[in-house]
Design a protein around this ligand. Sequence first.
Ligand SMILES: [Zn+2]
Length: 274
Amino acid sequence: MRTSLIALVVSAGLLGCQTVETTKQGTVGVDRQQRMMVSEQEVNASAQKQYAQMMAEAQKKNALDRDAAQVARVKAITSRLVPQTAVFRPDAQKWAWEVHVLTLNDVNAWCMPGGKMAVYSGLIEKLQATDDELAAVMGHEISHALREHSREAISRQMATQTAVGVAGAILGVGQLGTSLGNMVADVTLNLPNSRTNEVEADRIGVELAARAGYNPHASITLWEQMAKLSSGGQPPKWLSTHPSHEDRINDLKAYAQKVMPLYTAAKAGPSAGK
Ligand SMILES: [Zn+2]
């Protein structure tokens, strides 16, 4: 059965491709079909393993959650942003969301598939980020995870691999287990996002922040801060995985403006100011 299925898949050249829409449009209206060649479950399970290993290593190096005040801030912002993800995908409420602060000088933050996040102390300290700006960074990272950009990037890599590898990927990651984990970490932490991904994460990110009661215009001051650090000689690590483009600021301004009513409503609501 398996062998014939592989033969079928390979000979038909179908490559097990599945077209999905990972998120609902929300107010910002992100709408793009994505081609996936590996299941969400497999990617999230690999991410979870990889994340646990990384946090255990950080713990060993005494670089995990060392500053209680920073951890409390980051956790508070996360707990306000995560409930807002339901607008884009209700299933994300069931994800095993987790966030830690790593003591690392790099200006960086990321969110792995399935909601496993890290914020580096370098980002908090060097940017002297306000809560609104931290929410902008984290909202942006969460949006990459909601849109499953890592799974999409892995799928694209798989499409260029051999047919046998691809068939293995469709039928289960048994043989590919380790390499899938490495791929998840690589695409999330190291590889630059495409301009399309960046626009999507920017737009969804400002909506998440606004709905959570964080000023969406902070995404603009955040980029200005990043630019200042770049001119200082050492470009933030975050910029290598989140390449900017000319009209980014204009796009952010337009979309921050668009979600202002959500921000105003959140500030006026009963849960405001928590
Ligand atoms: Zn990004």
